[in-house]
Design a protein around this ligand. Structure first.
Ligand SMILES: Cc1cc2nc3c(=O)[nH]c(=O)nc-3n(C[C@H](O)[C@H](O)[C@H](O)COP(=O)(O)O)c2cc1C
Length: 191
């Protein structure tokens, strides 16, 4: 049977592209590092993903206009803080420009001294492995060096340009054929 062609358009503007891509729900991270004077820096980032199990790699995309990215590139290491649904204000703080984003933020130092924000779901400290051109963004691949403990809480979600919180207290297991999938761990991770 010939499949029906779904309705669509190859003529779209940035707003339509944004709307379409906004249907993809993600978590929210804050990616932190230290500048040359060891001052903490960071920005909110939804374009984070686990990339490879062996070797352990992650990726994120940074706008070319980001003030934090050149600092991370210079330092060569960064820390990904995965936010919980209690940290919407943290996302808002790090998602806006500002020189003093850490003013009201409590944090501890990772083994490399990078900011680990309190009450995140978990964190991963990484070294910059490679950087690739991604249009008006940079695609940054990082190698995981240290993993933080996991907090039993719910994630902060970003969807259609706004924040969303999971109402269901349990994760519904996906099918078992995902055994080799990178973020599949065979069970419920937060209850
Ligand atoms: C929920 C959320 C997700 C975001 N995701 C990204 C992202 O994936 N990449 C990016 O470069 N900026 C992202 N931003 C925007 C930056 O956080 C924002 O431009 C910030 O002001 C950059 O700070 P900086 O210039 O100090 O680096 C996001 C913002 C929010 C609120």
């Amino acid at each position: 049977m010939t499949p029906h062609s779904p309705y669509g358009t190859d003529e779209f503007d940035s707003r339509q592209f944004r709307t379409a891509m906004g249907q993809f729900c993600t978590g929210v991270t804050v990616i932190t590092s230290l500048d040359a004077d060891d001052n903490p820096v960071g920005f909110a980032c939804q374009s984070f993903a686990a990339l490879s199990l062996d070797p352990p790699l992650v990726l994120f995309c940074a706008q070319r206009t980001s003030r934090t990215w050149p600092v991370i590139e210079q330092r060569g290491t960064f820390c990904v803080n995965i936010l919980s649904n209690r940290q919407q204000d943290v996302s808002a703080t790090f998602g806006a420009p500002g020189s003093d984003k850490f003013k009201s933020i409590s944090w501890d130092a990772s083994p490399a001294g990078l900011p680990v924000l309190r009450n995140n779901l978990t964190w991963v400290e990484c070294s910059v492995e490679s950087v690739a051109d991604g249009g008006d963004h940079w695609i940054v691949v990082g190698r995981a060096l240290t993993l933080g403990d996991v907090l039993q809480d719910k994630p902060l979600l970003f969807y259609r340009g706004g924040y969303l919180s999971t109402e269901h207290p349990r994760v519904t297991p996906a099918q078992t054929e995902l055994d080799n999938f990178l973020t599949w761990n065979g069970g419920d991770t937060w209850l």
